[in-house]
Ligand binder design. Structure first.
Ligand code: SAM
Length: 248
């Protein structure tokens, strides 16, 4: 069927390409990619000889219009360098415009580093917020963190090795010294997840910035401090006073 096919690729392990994704990559009329050299490797792995065109959301409107036009009669696959397109990657504007133009749009699910790291963290998963990459500038970073500090949710950040320690310190400062997890090289040979309070993780990585790709997961703010014994006794007495009293 003609239209837009959003195709999730692996996040480091080629074997994570789903059979359905591989099939679409072999059948699509054209594959819109971030970087043709990076995607060429995956296409080879999938046995695809389909043509690629570079696409970014800041690509010209003309280029996007041309892709939208092709979707009338052809299948256009959208592929990122890694993982799920649109997740800290290009594609949002293409999907928006394809929908507005009434094109067929479907998405082939697959890996995303954010969700995989969340499942590795041991932190609550019932409510989470994906923060993407924090701004590089100190003030903008502090502002972005302050904005979410009161949220009762687990936070997910993408990070790079050289910035990791400073980012963890900024998080401890803005969010409190919460429990966190640092996952790197997920699905690759040197996959590793280290957990601990933000301050300890920041110290750990200060002298030895880790190599590779990194996701930071930060737990929600702690529960309210447990009540003191006196407060607990007072609450218990009050509750008992409200109980119906049985007359002997
Ligand atoms: N679209 C991708 C996804 O669905 O995960 C994310 C693209 S974003 C430009 C790249 C960032 O994702 C990296 O800087 C890193 O923070 C994270 N990432 C990607 N692959 C990873 C992996 N194998 N292990 C840990 N983090 C990874």
């Amino acid at each position: 069927e003609p239209g837009l096919y959003i195709v999730a690729g692996p996040i480091g392990n080629l074997a994570d390409l789903t059979p359905r994704a591989a099939e679409i990559l072999r059948l699509a009329d054209v594959i819109a990619v971030e970087d043709t050299r990076v995607s060429a490797k995956l296409l080879r792995h999938a046995g695809s000889d389909r043509p690629m065109v570079p696409y970014h959301d800041h690509s010209s409107d003309t280029l996007r219009a041309r892709l939208l036009e092709r979707m009338v009669n052809e299948s256009v696959a959208l592929l990122s360098d890694a993982g799920t397109p649109l997740i800290s990657d290009p594609g949002y504007k293409l999907v928006r415009d394809a929908r507005a133009a009434g094109r067929f749009v479907t998405s082939l699910p697959g890996p995303s580093a954010a969700i995989t790291a969340l499942t590795l963290s041991g932190l609550p998963t019932d409510r989470f917020l994906f923060m993407g990459f924090l701004p590089a500038k100190v003030k903008a970073r502090a502002d972005a963190l302050a904005e979410v500090s009161a949220l009762r949710a687990t936070l997910i950040f993408y990070e790079s090795g050289p910035r990791l320690s400073a980012s963890l310190a900024a998080m401890a400062e803005a969010l409190g010294d919460r429990d966190a997890a640092v996952s790197r090289e997920i699905s690759k040979t040197f996959e590793e997840t280290v957990t601990g309070p933000l301050s300890a993780l920041s110290t750990r990585y200060a002298d030895a910035p880790p190599k590779g790709e990194i996701v930071v997961i930060v737990g929600p703010p702690g529960e309210a401090e447990p009540a003191s014994e006196e407060d607990a006794d007072a609450a218990l007495l009050e509750a008992m006073e409200r109980l119906p009293v049985s007359k002997a």
